[in-house]
Design a protein around this ligand. Structure first.
Ligand SMILES: [Fe+2]
Ligand SMILES: [Fe+2]
Length: 158
C-alpha cells in the first residue's frame, strides 16, 4: 500500500456512496437519506483530515511545484466542509436537501478527479515508493484522530 493508493481507495468508497445516493434519492425515506449522507460526511471528513494534516504538507514540502494545486485543493475542501456542515443540520425532507447533496457530489467528483489526474502523479514521481509507503502508514494511523465535525477541519477556517 502506498499513500496515493490509499487516497484513491478512499475516493472509490466515496464515489460508491455518491452513486448510491443518486440511485435512491427519488425513493428513499428521509431516515435512509440521513444515514447515507452521514456516512458520506464521515468518509469525506476523515479523508480530508488526513490529506490536510499529512499528505498535502508532505506533497508541498517534497514537490514545491504543487503549491498552487494544494492551495486550490484546500479551498475546495473549505466549500465541501461548509456544505457538509449544513447537510448535517438540515432535515432530509427539506426541499433544498437533495440540491445541496447534488452540488456536494459534483464539486467533490471534480476535486477528486483533479487530485488524481493533475497533481498526484507528479507527487508519486518525485516522492518515490519508500516515502509513499511511509505516508500510507501515517495516514492509516491518522484516520483515528479525524474529527466528526466538518468545521473542525483546518480548511473550514481558512
Ligand atoms: Fe482532497
Ligand atoms: Fe482526495
Amino acid at each position: 500500500m502506498d499513500g496515493i493508493v490509499l487516497l484513491k481507495e478512499d475516493h472509490k468508497t466515496v464515489k460508491r456512496l455518491f452513486r448510491e445516493f443518486e440511485k435512491v434519492k427519488g425513493s428513499a425515506t428521509p431516515k435512509a437519506k440521513r444515514k447515507l449522507v452521514d456516512q458520506i460526511c464521515s468518509e469525506l471528513v476523515t479523508h480530508s483530515f488526513i490529506e490536510e494534516t499529512i499528505f498535502y504538507p508532505a506533497a508541498r514540502e517534497g514537490v514545491p511545484d504543487t503549491a498552487d494545486h494544494v492551495l486550490e485543493s484546500v479551498e475546495e475542501h473549505h466549500v465541501m466542509a461548509w456544505l457538509l456542515s449544513e447537510l448535517q443540520h438540515l432535515d432530509p425532507a427539506d426541499e433544498t436537501f437533495d440540491a445541496k447533496v447534488t452540488v456536494l457530489i459534483e464539486n467533490t467528483r471534480h476535486h477528486m478527479e483533479e487530485e488524481e489526474k493533475e497533481w498526484f502523479p507528479q507527487v508519486r514521481h518525485v516522492l518515490g515508493r519508500n516515502r509513499l509507503v511511509e505516508l500510507a502508514e501515517e495516514m492509516a494511523a491518522g484516520k483515528s484522530a479525524a474529527p466528526a465535525d466538518p468545521l473542525a477541519l483546518t480548511s473550514a477556517a481558512t
